[in-house]
Write a protein that binds this ligand. Structure first.
Ligand SMILES: [Zn+2]
Length: 225
């Protein structure tokens, strides 16, 4: 399926986010508990799903997210859009963020500049045709963004900070344990909405982290340009 290597997020800056929030809290001093102590912001994570949409797995995931009122981010492949327009429109209407994952899941650094640009632009155009919005975020397959594309498209590459390795593990319990053991405030969690085990794990992770007081956000909330 995929062989996406582990990579670290380059444009997430949770530390600065937290510093800014803390400074804001001190200035207006409005968020207080009964005891007068400043209430801490809830930890936040973003669930992100690559490689779909999948006609079977993605609707089940959307059902589970809707039930829990949790937003997620979907980095979709252009080649799967045709025939799945209603599913993509549903993602958009239900508050999820839709990002670009190229048309054919190509390694953008391994093809010509023209091909790389086509892979990105065609996918963005096809998403725009459905949602009326051009995606602002791209997750380059294999975590490899081609810097020269910055001259042609205004998109923010988004990698991840926690790889669920769902595509290798293929077992909901193992995927869930792996994520819950290492998750931290500000994590961008990499998953794939093309496996049943990933859907089961994502919903179990959502329930467990909700019980721990986490808030779920789309990736744009965790990124500072
Ligand atoms: Zn992928």
């Amino acid at each position: 399926m995929t062989s996406e290597k582990c990579a670290h997020v380059t444009c997430v800056c949770t530390g600065i986010c937290l510093l800014l929030l803390a400074a804001q809290g001190n200035l207006d001093d409005t968020v207080q508990t009964g005891g007068g102590a400043v209430q801490e912001e809830a930890p936040r994570v973003a669930l992100t799903f690559d490689d779909g949409p999948d006609a079977s797995c993605t609707p089940r995931l959307l059902d589970g997210l809707k039930e829990r009122q949790i937003p997620a981010t979907f980095f979709i492949q252009g080649k799967w859009i045709a025939g799945q327009e209603d599913l993509i429109l549903r993602m958009h209407r239900e508050g999820h963020l839709i990002g670009n994952h190229t048309f054919d899941h190509v390694r953008l650094t391994a093809v010509s500049e023209q091909e790389a640009l086509m892979q990105v632009v065609k996918t963005s155009n096809d998403i725009y045709e459905i949602t009326g919005e051009y995606p602002a975020y791209i997750r380059p397959p294999f975590g490899e963004w081609r810097e020269s594309l910055n001259c042609h498209v205004e998109m923010i590459p988004v990698l991840w900070s926690l790889d669920s390795r769902d595509w290798v593990l293929q077992d909901a319990d193992q995927i869930t344990s792996r994520v819950l053991e290492s998750v931290e405030d500000g994590d961008i969690i990499l998953m794939h909405d093309i496996f049943d085990a990933s859907v089961d794990a994502a919903l179990a992770i959502a329930d467990a982290l909700t019980a721990e007081g986490y808030d779920f956000v789309t990736v744009d909330a965790l990124i500072i340009e």
